[in-house]
Design a protein around this ligand. Sequence first.
Ligand code: C5P
Length: 330
Amino acid sequence: MSTAVRSFAKINIGLKIGPRREDGFHELRTLYQTIALHDLIKIGVARGTGIEIHCNDSRVPRDESNTCWRVAEKVLQTLRIRSKVRITIEKNLPVQGGLGAASSNAVATMLGMERSLKRQLPPEERLRIASEVGSDLPLFLIGGTVLGIGRGEQVYPVDDLPSFHCVIAAPDVGVSTPAAFAAWDKLQAGPSKLTGKRPSDKINTFSQSVYAWLNGSSFSPTGVPSKGWDRAEALLLDLVRTGMENDFESVVFPLYPAVRQVKRWLEREGAKYVSLSGSGSSVYGLFASRQDAAQAAKALNQADIRAQATSTLPRTKYWKDIFPARTARR
Ligand code: C5P
């Protein structure tokens, strides 16, 4: 029997790229937020050895370059278990879309294997495996609203934001994250370095922005409610005011003008806040109501831009929904 796991996607609300470190990675600051869109991972274990990957999308690798494979191998090693592992990925999320799909698939594989093998990894081993495989995996061990620092792999749960209505638009291009970082380095080496601001200065402003944003609305002297949609609306307004941005936009938009166009579409359709997610190519818009989001998604689809209306996923709901309820056998 196989274990099914929902592999939810994430968006980045603000992303600041800092200096390139000696290990080649870039220091970053970001606020990750899980969303309700997901792939479905099915894990089957049997006697024997070997890892098999099956996927309905031919762009997904089926060998050891797949993050699910790498996690599966490490889980077996850590638990000191021999087993045949069959991983089936039902892909709905965009590939190379900046929604953390491959990372989330890998964490779902870890959770599914634990359940199928009836063994649990200690929390620190889960985190070690996740951060060894990629910078974007650990956030999926927390879910909800998560602060990411270091190369993105050091994660801290923060108070969950209220659920926002959103539209995820996926332009028809895939962006390679290493290529986007390389383009960023090139940009930094150009004339803009004359502005005198060091990357380490700029990165420090991010935490101030996040602090100002998360605290601004709830402590407002006008007495904005601390709960419910009114708070969500106040936070949306403040997010725009705080001016939190994703640094990748400055390299991805010039390389892929179609992605910038999608941002414009979402703005025109009434989104309160629009941003590239991760290194793209997905762009999300936050909306004031479910109807506004649904209408915007419809308009984008009519213009041949793949878009889906959904909502952000707070931590409790993330963990409640991660294992789909088993349907009763007849
Ligand atoms: O950690 P992950 O496998 O997602 O990183 C993929 C690549 O993206 C790295 O090899 C590196 O080139 C780049 N990267 C980076 N700085 C980060 C995260 C990733 O330069 N903080």
